[in-house]
Design a protein. Sequence first.
Length: 226
Amino acid sequence: MIYYRESEPSSEFDKLRKRMVEEQLITRGITDERVISAMLKVPREKFLPPDLRPYAYKDGPLPIGEGQTISQPFMVAYMTEGLELQPMDKVLEIGTGSGYQTAILAEIAREVYTVERIASLLEAARNVLGRLGYTNVYFKVGNGTLGWKEYAPYDKIIVTAAAPEVPKPLIEQLSDGGRIVIPIGSTWSQRIAFVTKRGNKVSMDWGIDCVFVPLVGEYGWREDYQ
Ligand code: SAH
């Protein structure tokens, strides 16, 4: 195993990041230039506990504490591409976790509003995003299935935890012409859904299969989900 200390020059991580983008993203069909440049730029290793940093560019999810995970790089790229982000977009993210997906969104969109139910994870994400210099991210601890009404409507909404269905408050807080990307299914396996809203019409398309930790709360799963 190659072990990289934090004090070492970041060039090794830069190389691994470039390789991840080529081998895990581009080869598998990610084409959105904005997504590719954001994934080339954001240092994923900074969002991980120190002992897991050597695995930062591995092709899979990793534990971040509190029983939660940072999503696989490909899944982050796939969901972000599915949002069809524009530079002026205001984005709502449910499930901040490590804050890595938040950084990718903040690279591309104008503003990101992110909600996490576990306070310690939100604080860690707030710290790392602050250290990396992001000034267009707004944080909230709470039940994200209720959205974040105060700043609605949002052009795009991304949910990075598994839901039984699209939470109604999120559809209400979406702009006309807006888009939601969310994993829908059971607590152990889901499929990515792309939801669009035009006037009163809400339509849904399906993407790839996935496995996310459950979205907990009203409009999500109960705390003691099975
Ligand atoms: N995008 C994150 C994924 C984190 S895992 C990353 O790549 O790091 C999903 C996160 O959703 C967990 O941190 C979990 O605590 C959070 N979560 C679950 N239910 C939630 C809810 N109702 N509101 C807000 N966050 C929730």
